[in-house]
Design a protein around this ligand. Structure first.
Ligand code: ADP
Length: 193
């Protein structure tokens, strides 16, 4: 079976995590932030070490360990009764993150909608990321060079996903609005997927 899914899409700092957490608290929606799954690993595991190596440079973790880890997380969540694939919709944040990952997950995901939180002002993104660095103690958020590299990685590797999935399911949302307004815009469509 393919998991019914909606994707939160946008640059680092666009607000995917904030919206994902709120959406995930709604019954019937299950939020999965790939970055959080990585951050919950320890440096003792080999994927944990790979994550630290790549994320500290502002690069994406290679696709195979990423997709494997994600699959494991979904299986564990299903077994633990947190995620009910028959009735829940997955709210994916940070995965798939490039066209190759989307190809790898083609038989696994039934993507019904993409919410593209657009934030054209680079300065605003950088400011939000730096503010988050202090709150969440994230290594990759603290260094300006790493942040800039992540934004470039997003433009080069992640943005092409928009044309992979096509316009029919794409909803562009102004990510510079307040979190409540962004949520309102997303929810108008979520009820229809
Ligand atoms: P942000 O969107 O702010 O960059 P995330 O928490 O989504 O933050 O990701 C942090 C880091 O985790 C990324 O820079 C990347 O190194 C790694 N990562 C997360 N998801 C993926 C993914 N699907 N594929 C490869 N790397 C990923």
């Amino acid at each position: 079976m393919r998991y019914r899914s909606i994707l939160l899409f946008g640059a680092p700092g666009a607000g995917k995590g904030t919206q994902g957490k709120i959406l995930g608290s709604i019954p019937g929606l299950f939020h999965c932030a790939c970055g959080d799954v990585f951050r919950n690993l320890t440096a003792e595991s080999s994927t944990g070490r790979t994550f630290i190596e790549y994320s500290s440079r502002g690069e994406l973790v290679p696709d195979e360990p990423t997709v494997d880890l994600w699959q494991e997380f979904i299986s564990r969540s299903t077994q633990a009764g947190r995620f009910h694939p028959d009735t829940d919709t997955l709210v994916l944040d940070g995965i798939p993150r490039n066209v190759h990952q989307a190809e790898m997950l083609k038989e696994t995901l039934d993507v019904r909608a993409i919410f593209y939180l657009s934030c054209p002002t680079l300065k605003k993104l950088v400011h939000r990321i730096q503010r988050r660095a202090l709150r969440e103690n994230r290594l990759d958020d603290a260094n300006l060079e790493v942040i800039q590299h992540r934004l470039k990685t997003y433009e080069r590797e992640t943005k092409p996903l928009l044309s992979f999935y096509g316009k029919e399911i794409l909803h562009r949302i102004d990510g510079t609005q307040s979190p409540a307004k962004v949520l309102h815009d997303i929810l108008r469509h979520v009820t229809k997927v």
